[in-house]
Design a binder for this molecule. Structure first.
Ligand SMILES: [Zn+2]
Length: 121
């Protein structure tokens, strides 16, 4: 094992916590925004109501994309932590060669070397 997994385990766990918070925040935020809009409609709205609604809808779409991206990364991070447990962390899943530490520092949950990642797309 040429890779120092303790360094990456710490980074993965930190990133995992950060993303979990972000997902919770996005969940809470979109729920609150929806309730605010419903309340506003019931109370007769404000002067620039249409503008607010349009931007709120746009923001929710953006949050949805962010949330899906964050959840996908959480899955990748969990898989990487399991690879650390299994002793296969830092090994390309396709060619079986070690993934360069520089790449793991950039993307600690990387499971493919750069060459195979390019091939997959
Ligand atoms: Zn490879």
């Amino acid at each position: 094992m040429s890779v120092d997994t303790s360094e990456f385990r710490t980074r993965l766990e930190e990133e995992r916590g950060r993303l979990a918070n972000a997902v919770n925040f996005l969940h809470a935020e979109s729920t609150i925004t929806l309730e605010d809009e419903l309340g506003e409609i019931g109370s007769g709205g404000t002067d620039n109501h249409l503008g607010d609604t349009a931007s709120a809808t746009y923001d929710r779409g953006l949050d949805q994309g962010l949330e899906e991206g964050a959840q996908q990364t959480l899955v990748e991070i969990d898989a990487a932590l399991k690879r650390i447990e299994d002793g296969t962390y830092g090994i390309c899943e396709v060619c079986g060669k070690p993934i360069p530490p520089d790449r793991l520092r950039a993307i600690p949950w990387a499971k493919l070397c750069i060459e195979d990642q390019r091939r997959v797309g």
